[in-house]
Design a binder for this molecule. Structure first.
Ligand code: NPG
Length: 369
């Protein structure tokens, strides 16, 4: 147990190496909330996965900032003693807002672990020291551009290619990549852009030997996904629809998917992510760690999570160079075999480079007890 004395909130902005287009929009730069908490004896860092606009989820940077500044932060500073694990209850009076909550939960846990010199990976029961990395490829202007990007990522060593799809830029694009690379682990991610009316598209994708089809239908749906899964051979994977371990349990019971994308930031932090992992592991479902274009802070958190035993599929934990000309931390690099080392220092094992952090800061506010 410890006391949180100070919370420093920052909005940071970083250019992306290239625009990232999905079925819900185009990201041309990264902006996110980063917090630093000071407890008795340690500092801790947390990165919020919310984005500039509420397009992937109902939370966005300004809502996360306000949730922390107005409700979660003051409550945390008011508590005489907290543990990271107790925050689920401490924050229980705020409905929803899992991305804002995750930021503080992860930061307080980071401080706790730094204080006792334990890495997040070890705390979570890591089963491995290196993580197999895949890469997520955005929708491109042309099919040739997509082929060139995929070729370059494979040359880098990435072990799974995930193609973003949307109605109209799906089958032909995916079939062309499959023809170029018959043996590559290949998946698609629709980010909720289809309905059951599009069954033909999914039946056709069935012939392309995909590892999975991710979140084809509505972002909060489970029932329609169960209907779709019953009619296709390819495994469905859910991302947006899984907001908690309860959602994961419901999805399994309904047969809505056979794989789960675990994003700690989407479900309220690493404790709830561990609970999602545990539900899936018990049921024998593989999970993998998704990404939301995190800076090095969030990437370090994700790598520790992906070291847990149930994360048996390649993860969206790509190298810093896939996202940013310059990261907030020392860059994460891909080893030649398409893996990345899990940080083994105390807590998440990395901190932002002070000068980089200052240079990227768009807004800053300090909350104190
Ligand atoms: O490697 O971090 C990454 C990107 C992986 O495709 C990716 N993320 O829908 O999963 C997604 C998508 C995403 C990115 C979603 C940013 C929301 C924000």
């Amino acid at each position: 147990m410890t006391r949180v004395r100070r919370i420093e909130l920052r909005l940071v902005g970083l250019p992306l190496v290239r625009p990232f287009r999905t079925s819900f929009g185009i990201a041309t730069r990264k902006e996110c909330v980063v917090v630093r908490v000071e407890t008795d004896g340690a500092e801790g860092w947390g990165e919020c996965v919310a984005d500039i606009e509420p397009d992937f989820s109902s939370e966005w940077n300004q809502s996360a900032w306000s949730a922390i500044q107005m409700f979660l932060g003051p409550t945390l500073l008011h508590e005489p003693e907290v543990s990271a694990e107790s925050l689920h209850d401490v924050f229980g009076f705020v409905r929803g807002n899992p991305m804002a909550k995750a930021t503080l939960v992860n930061a307080v846990l980071d401080a706790e672990l730094r204080r006792r010199g334990e890495s997040l990976a070890s705390y979570l029961g890591a089963a491995r020291e290196t993580i197999v990395c895949g890469v997520s490829v955005g929708i491109t202007e042309t099919a040739d551009e997509l082929r060139a990007q995929v070729d370059a990522y494979l040359a880098d060593g990435y072990r799974r290619i995930k193609l973003k799809i949307a109605p109209g830029v799906d089958l032909d694009r995916v079939a062309a990549i499959r023809a170029d690379h018959p043996d590559v682990l290949l998946s698609v991610d629709a980010n909720a852009a289809y309905t059951l009316e599009d069954l033909d598209v999914f039946r056709a994708l069935d012939d392309l030997g995909l590892l999975m089809v991710e979140q084809p239908l509505h972002h909060e749906d489970l029932v329609q996904h169960a209907k779709l899964q019953a009619q296709i051979r390819t495994d469905l994977c859910l991302d947006e629809s899984i907001r908690s371990s309860a959602d994961a349990a419901a999805a399994l019971e309904l047969g809505a998917c056979r794989i789960v994308n675990v994003k700690q930031g989407r479900v309220g932090g690493v404790f709830e992510a561990r609970a999602v992992h545990d539900v899936c592991l018990r049921a024998g479902l593989p999970v993998w760690c998704g990404g939301m274009l995190e800076t090095g802070i969030g990437r370090a958190t994700n790598l520790a999570l992906a070291a847990m035993p149930g994360f048996t599929l390649p993860n969206d934990t790509s190298a810093s160079a896939r996202y940013f000309p310059e990261d907030l931390t020392e860059p994460f690099v891909l080893d030649g075999d398409g893996t990345m080392r899990v940080p083994d220092g105390p807590g998440i094992g990395v901190v932002p480079l002070p000068e980089r952090l200052e240079a990227c800061t768009l807004r800053r506010e300090v909350l104190e007890a």
